[in-house]
Structures are given as structure tokens and as C-alpha cells.
Write a protein that binds this ligand. Structure first.
Ligand SMILES: [Zn+2]
Length: 322
């Protein structure tokens, strides 16, 4: 059975999955990103993972004799796709840098892994991988123009234009690094006042703690969402400011790209129910009508779009090269 290894490299977790050619996940493993911060650890773990996944045999085998034989022969991993949280040269599989993960500047990840793993490897941006999966199999299916956001540690973005992923010489689509405040705080990319520094989970949690004068602890964004739903004043202030900033920024993006849909993924999108009406209101106030006519704001549909998209990227590249 031909399969692809898809890796979704986020600021908090690195998720890996064995994916079949229809985009279905067969096996999955999750690491904490801090665990694999060093290059050598990352590469060694990938080797172990490949061994683990290729020898995997399902415990429950059912169906016809033919199907049974297929499952027992194991998986033929054809290639690896990796979605990384930063700017890459897509053709060369070269990482320029990762704004939230220092130490990977100017690193030829694709050629290093090809040598070490003896498999074709393809690198792209993590939000591009997410967008590809959602566009083919999820909430963006059938849409020609769509904006995809991954709201987590940072803000990843991708654009589907005329049914295709918008790319440049680099992975492009760095929506999170569009400045919304020219005198704003410094960002991991080296710029100032990027939208990411106003909507990333680290900022939301630290802003909430500041408002609470460090007297209340909050575990994560999920808890902050719950406190907002419960109507707690400071939590609502955080979500209102978040929505104000995101809405203004999105109005600008809508003015440029005229999308049919904006799709929200990533951990912070768990609070979609709370922020959607507020973001919609901000968009309406700012946007150049009728750029937003018929526009829908929706949550991502797939559970592991980053993994599936990375695997699909590898599948597509291999199909084009053969
Ligand atoms: Zn930035």
C-alpha cells in the first residue's frame, strides 16, 4: 500500500501521520515542539518514526482475504512532506528562518533529510499544507478564492487564488507578518507591529494576566475562551481586542483578495463561536463593500489538516516528477 508521511510542525506540537493517497490518516504520533528543537534530535526522531510506521501492522484485521494480504504486507512510504512554521524555498526545500523557533536559519532541511533517510522529501510552509488539505477535502472544497488562517502560537496564512495555492519564489503568504501598528512591538520576524503579535496565543494569555494584575492563573487559550463564554470582564476585553485587530486586518485582506470564504484553524480557533460575530462586525465596519459580498467565515473541517496537507504536497510533487 503506497502511503506518504506528513509532518505538521507547529510552535507547540509536531504532529506526524502516515497518510494514504486519498488523504486518510492511518497512524499518527504527536511530539512537543520543545522536545525536537535541536536539529539532530529532529532528524533522529524522524528516523525512529519511519521505522515505527513502516513496520506497523493493524491489530484488528477484517474483510476479505485480498484486503488482509494487503494490510499484512505493510506500508510502502513513497515520500515525506513537511509543513514548517516559517519561510522556505519550496523548490530547494531550504529553510530561510522560522520566526518562532531560533536555530534553523538558512538550513537545507530537504537535502539533509534526503541523504539521511533515502526517501524523497518536500518542504513547504505549514499554513500552505493546512490550506491545501482544507481546500481539497475540507471547508474550502470547490472554492476558487479562499483565505486560510492558522491561529496558534503565531498567525499562519495561505491563499487559494483561482483554485491554486498562491506561491512565490518562497512559500509566500506570510499573512501573520503584515503590520497593523507601525509603532507596535517587535515581532519574531524582525519587523514591528505584525498582526501575529496581537493575535498569537502567547500574547492573548500574557495580556489577560496583565489585566488580572497577575493575580489569576490561566492554563491555556481554551480556558480563556471558557472564561469569555462565562462573561468574565477581563477575558471579554482580551477577546474583543483580538477580534478588533483580526477584523481590521481581515478587512484589508478581503479588499485585496475578494475571497469567497475565510477558514479558521489552529488552537485559538477553538474560540471561534465567541470571536466570529465580533470579527464579522469589524470587517463590515472597515471593508470596501461589495468586496465582502457573500463572504463566509467558517472553521476548518479536518481534524489534522496540517498532516494531511503535508502528505498531499509530497504526493503532488512526486506525481509531477514522474
Ligand atoms: Zn512579523
Amino acid at each position: 500500500m503506497n502511503v506518504f508521511l506528513g509532518i505538521d510542525w507547529g510552535g507547540t506540537y509536531i504532529k506526524a501521520g502516515l497518510v494514504d493517497s486519498c488523504g486518510k490518516i492511518i497512524k499518527k504520533k504527536v511530539y512537543s515542539s520543545s522536545q525536537l528543537r535541536e536539529k539532530q534530535g529532529f532528524i533522529n526522531n524522524l528516523k525512529l518514526l519511519l521505522n515505527d510506521f513502516s513496520s506497523f501492522t493493524p491489530l484488528e484485521i477484517s474483510g476479505s482475504k485480498k484486503k488482509r494480504t494487503k494490510l499484512l504486507t505493510g506500508f510502502n512510504i513513497k515520500g515525506i512532506g513537511i509543513g514548517v512554521p516559517g519561510i522556505v524555498d519550496v523548490e530547494k526545500g531550504f529553510i530561510y528562518y522560522l520566526p518562532n523557533i531560533p536555530g534553523w536559519e538558512k538550513y537545507p532541511l530537504q537535502s539533509v533529510l534526503k541523504k539521511k533517510l533515502s526517501l524523497p522529501v518536500f518542504i513547504n510552509n505549514d499554513a500552505n499544507a493546512f490550506a491545501l488539505a482544507e481546500s481539497r477535502l475540507g471547508a474550502g472544497k470547490g472554492k476558487k478564492r479562499a483565505i486560510f488562517l492558522t491561529l496558534g502560537t503565531g498567525l499562519g496564512g495561505a491563499i487559494i487564488s483561482d483554485g491554486k495555492l498562491l506561491e512565490g519564489n518562497t512559500s509566500a503568504n506570510e499573512l501573520g507578518h503584515v503590520p497593523i501598528n507601525l509603532a507596535g512591538r517587535l515581532c519574531g520576524c524582525g519587523g514591528r507591529g505584525c498582526i501575529e503579535t496581537y493575535v498569537g496565543n502567547r500574547y492573548l494569555l500574557s495580556h489577560y494576566k496583565r489585566l488580572k494584575k497577575n493575580k489569576t492563573k490561566v492554563k491555556d487559550v481554551k480556558e480563556l475562551f471558557q472564561r469569555g463564554l462565562d462573561g468574565e470582564g477581563e477575558a471579554l476585553v482580551v477577546w474583543k481586542e483580538f477580534s478588533h485587530n483580526l477584523g481590521k486586518f481581515l478587512a484589508g485582506m478581503i479588499n485585496v483578495f475578494n475571497p469567497q470564504v475565510i477558514i479558521f484553524g489552529g488552537g485559538v480557533s477553538g474560540a471561534f463561536k465567541l470571536f466570529k460575530p465580533l470579527v464579522s462586525k469589524e470587517i463590515e465596519k472597515q471593508v470596501m463593500w461589495p468586496q465582502n459580498l457573500g463572504l463566509k467565515l467558517v472553521r476548518a473541517k479536518l481534524k489534522n489538516a496540517g498532516i494531511i496537507g503535508a502528505a498531499l504536497l509530497a504526493k503532488d510533487k512526486l506525481a509531477h516528477s514522474s
